[in-house]
Design a protein around this ligand. Structure first.
Ligand SMILES: [Zn+2]
Ligand SMILES: [Zn+2]
Length: 120
């Protein structure tokens, strides 16, 4: 099983077959996205989109806002990757059910090939 440290693979999956990307998990400050087409999974560490300088006490606010955590808890299949831009290190999550979009910044993306069921 090979490990790649680049968001380019995620971008490629998103560009080629975005409907096969499934958000499997929200954990801490990252997400696990599985690609059904490539049988790989992308583990993405996320940060806040830095449109403005970080607030000094910004760390106290959880990365995943309450509405998004509720989405993941109650209807995770509706949560998907809405946009990926490796040039801007940007990743947007969206919820099809709530019609909401949540912008994030990609800090690190690890792609693992091999059976997606073995890494859990
Ligand atoms: Zn793929
Ligand atoms: Zn939702």
């Amino acid at each position: 099983m090979a490990v790649f440290l680049s968001a380019a693979f995620l971008q490629q999956c998103f560009a080629m077959h975005r409907l096969d990307l499934a958000v499997r998990q929200l954990k801490g400050s990252g997400i696990v996205v599985a690609c059904r087409q490539c049988k790989i999974r992308h583990t993405v560490r996320l940060g806040r989109r830095a449109e403005e300088p970080e607030a000094p006490f910004g760390d106290e606010v959880p990365l995943f806002a309450e509405p998004l955590r509720a989405c993941a808890a109650t209807h995770l299949p509706a949560v998907g990757v809405h946009a990926v831009d490796v040039v801007r290190d940007a990743l947007d999550l969206s919820c099809a059910q709530c019609r909401a979009t949540y912008p994030f910044r990609i800090i690190e993306c690890v792609t693992r090939s091999g059976s997606e069921s073995q890494a859990r």
